[in-house]
Design a protein around this ligand. Structure first.
Ligand SMILES: [Zn+2]
Ligand SMILES: [Zn+2]
Length: 428
């Protein structure tokens, strides 16, 4: 039986309201209350003095590009990036090639995931081919092992089709994750619509195109009782819609990305495509509203939307470059900087947003250090400063706005099911 004894760390477990210097014990892949004297003698010891010991981080929004675009990322390299960033559970979006609208592709992903260093869960498409025209076979996708339904990257435009989708999802007790975008308002748009897009001469993506779909989803959730989760909320108005919906007891949840809380459209002045994403970076007022939403619980969790693209694809004219950035290896330090340092969130609150609250949205067995739970752990130094270098990092892609930046907060050890998978810069 493999035994681990993590000693003298600041143990933060929001699920049990624990925040105290102490020890964490692991036996046979699960947390245990303590070890016997004999077990302590044979246990592997990790000295966590001066470090934070928390549940492994959970990200319900990543793109690992396999099958089909393995030059950008694979399930293995994406999982290694996750482990290096302190993540132990990730949920993959289905916009691979082929897309995940059939049980065979789910089975393929699950077999690749079995060899990954972290827990990787697949999602399935809402519609066949993500074309927004007819429903994918939700029942057989669920039997094959998906944990949610989404057409992420795209948004189902037909309200009637979305209505039927949420009815089915409810029947199968699946959550719908929606990328909220009214396509009729965002044709060829590449950045937030406003003064800045006019100044740069780029086609704008109005926040109203997000707000309209967030409102549509709130209405459909209220109408059907189905759980709908809004991915990457970026607009102040959408945050306000969510606030009201939650007050009214409607079954909706939402996430925010590290980049939308850290950056605004002001970063686009140099036309650097590492600031191009969908939905786009918005205004300072929007950024502040997202942070306020995370503070008061209107927004439920952090999701990275880790979106790898090859350099030759990303390094093009702004209009033609693909959307998205990688984020798994920078999410924790970025959230520590923006939320804890600059906005005075308590550290356990930020850990909650990145662990238990994310896991709860999809009822995943993760996000706590409670005895009996699967022993997934992130151990990090909240004070260590380091230079993030995309070439030295684990993701296969390098499209990050934080490349060569000094970051504070560094993951030291990542433990998955009681096994050390990452330690001091290396996969184990
Ligand atoms: Zn999306
Ligand atoms: Zn996405």
């Amino acid at each position: 039986m493999s035994l681990l004894w993590i000693k003298n760390g600041r143990v933060i477990d929001p699920a049990s309201q624990r925040d105290k210097v102490g020890d964490v014990f692991i036996a046979a892949g699960k947390f245990v209350k303590s070890l016997t004297a004999a077990q302590k003698k044979s246990a592997q010891i990790i000295d966590a003095k001066g470090l934070v010991v928390c549940p492994g981080l959970v990200d319900i929004h990543v793109h690992f590009r396999e099958p089909g675009q393995t030059h950008k990322e694979t399930i293995l390299t994406g999982s290694q990036a996750a482990a290096a960033g302190g993540f132990t559970t990730v949920v993959c979006m289905p916009n691979t090639s082929p897309v995940v609208d059939n049980a065979g592709t789910v089975a393929l992903i699950k077999s690749l995931a079995a060899a990954a260093p972290v827990h990787v869960y697949p999602t399935g498409c809402i519609t066949v081919g993500m074309k927004g025209q007819s429903l994918a076979p939700h029942g057989s996708l669920q039997k094959a092992g998906i944990v949610a339904l989404t057409d992420d990257g795209l948004c189902v435009q037909s309200n009637e089709l979305m209505h039927r989708a949420v009815e089915y999802a409810k029947m199968f007790d699946l959550t719908i994750l929606d990328h909220c975008q009214d396509d009729s308002m965002t044709d060829k748009a590449v950045m937030n619509e406003g003064v800045m897009s006019t100044r740069l001469g780029l086609k704008g993506w109005p926040h109203a195109a997000e707000d309209i779909i967030v409102a549509r989803n709130i209405i459909l959730s209220k109408y059907t009782g189905a759980h709908i989760h809004m991915q990457h909320v970026t607009s102040a108005h959408s945050v306000e819609l969510m606030r009201r919906a939650k007050k009214d007891g409607i079954n909706v949840t939402a996430e925010a990305t590290p980049h939308h809380i850290a950056l605004t459209e002001q970063a686009l002045g140099t036309y650097d495509t590492n600031f191009k994403m969908n939905p786009p970076l918005r205004t300072e007022a929007d950024r502040r509203a997202i942070i306020a939403g995370l503070r008061d619980g209107t927004l439920d969790c952090i999701g990275t939307d880790h979106a790898p693209h090859a350099p030759e694809e990303k390094d093009r004219e702004f209009d033609y470059a693909p959307n998205g950035i990688i984020g798994l290896e920078t999410a924790l330090p970025v959230c520590l900087d923006v939320l804890v340092k600059k906005n005075k969130f308590k550290l356990p609150h930020v850990i909650d947003l990145m662990t238990r609250k994310a896991a709860n949205i999809l009822k995943l067995p993760a996000g706590t250090l409670t005895p009996g739970a699967v022993a997934d752990v992130c151990i990090f130094d909240p004070a260590e400063t380091w230079i993030y270098d995309t070439y030295a990092a684990f993701s296969k892609s390098i499209n990050s706005p934080w490349n060569k930046q000094k970051l504070t907060g560094r993951v030291k050890t990542t433990i998955v099911s009681g096994k050390i998978v990452y330690q001091n810069g290396k996969m184990v």
